[in-house]
Design a protein around this ligand. Structure first.
Ligand code: SIN
Ligand code: MN
Length: 279
């Protein structure tokens, strides 16, 4: 898939671009089946919510060939290369499973803050392709984005104290079980200040990314975004691929996060010739 100049302009102006029906319903049925296989594995790549349901599963391609092929699909890779004007590698990949009736929220944040502060990524030449495995509606926890907010650059955000008194005991222990965990659970480590969000929304409004299963949302590393709980009886499962420019490799740091959260394999990804996920 090649983006038009209008689509590129749209992304540069808003900090995101939603394209409907990039993948077929058949492909999304297959992806959901593969997802179910992947997320049953109890391992450090699996992140839980307070409810005990899976919130995220990092680097599914490490154990699943199907997801390895998704990352190399022309339909997501080519637009990422066009938008970043560069070869790219996958900095981070994850399944965000937002389960019907229990799926938890994501507070307002910029992704690049995590990658700069925790992974030593020097430039925000990075974006995420979010693939909708289910239809996303106003009810099942769509991603909210503030148009144009990527132009603000990375804002300083205080590091949140995650040892909240209201946390269940097991969840506090879980969140503190490793150094990197607090960047992954619902009590996000770096969030944007409420007054900043309020004034940006006052001026720019909020966009809610809704679409059919198989749609893809591309969003810039600095765009302000969040998503509400899923109070509906419909799942909102998504697969997110963060592509970073190969000209922007992570710097060496003393205690890097695990490779399944921040890859240090900067080899350019090449598109597959066979651009279908159906065998
Ligand atoms: C993200 O903030 O990167 C994902 C949020 C979501 O899954 O709604
Ligand atoms: Mn994010």
């Amino acid at each position: 898939m090649i983006l038009t100049s209008a689509q590129i302009e749209n992304f540069n102006e808003n900090g995101f671009l939603l394209i409907q029906n990039v993948f077929t319903q058949e492909e999304m049925t297959l992806m959901l089946e593969e997802m179910e296989q992947v997320i049953i594995e109890d391992c450090p790549r699996r992140i839980l919510e307070k409810s005990g349901y899976v919130r995220s599963f990092f680097a599914p391609e490490a154990s699943n060939e199907f997801f390895a092929r998704v990352i190399r699909q022309k339909r997501v890779l080519r637009p990422a290369m066009q938008l970043l004007e560069s070869d790219v590698y996958a900095h981070q990949t994850k399944l965000n499973t937002k389960h019907a009736l229990v799926g938890d929220w994501w507070d307002w944040h910029q992704d690049y803050t995590f990658w700069k502060k925790d992974d030593a990524m020097l430039e925000p030449t990075v974006l995420t392709a979010m693939i909708f495995l289910n239809e996303v509606t106003e009810f099942n926890g769509p991603l909210f984005l503030i148009p144009g907010s990527h132009k603000a650059g990375m804002l300083e955000s205080g590091e949140r104290n995650i040892h909240g008194e209201q946390s269940e005991e097991w969840f506090s222990a879980y969140q503190n079980s490793t150094k990197y965990m607090s960047a992954l659970t619902a009590d996000l480590k770096y969030t944007l200040e409420q007054k900043t969000i309020a004034s940006w929304i006052e001026r720019q409004g909020i966009y809610s990314a809704k679409g059919a299963a198989g749609s893809v949302l591309f969003f810039h590393g600095n765009v302000f975004h969040a998503s509400p709980n899923n109070l509906s009886p419909w799942h909102r499962h998504t697969f997110l691929i963060t592509y970073n420019s190969t000209a922007n490799p992570l710097q060496d740091i003393p205690e890097p996060r695990p490779g399944f959260i921040a890859s240090r394999n900067f080899t350019p990804i090449r598109a597959l010739d066979d651009d279908s996920l159906v065998p």
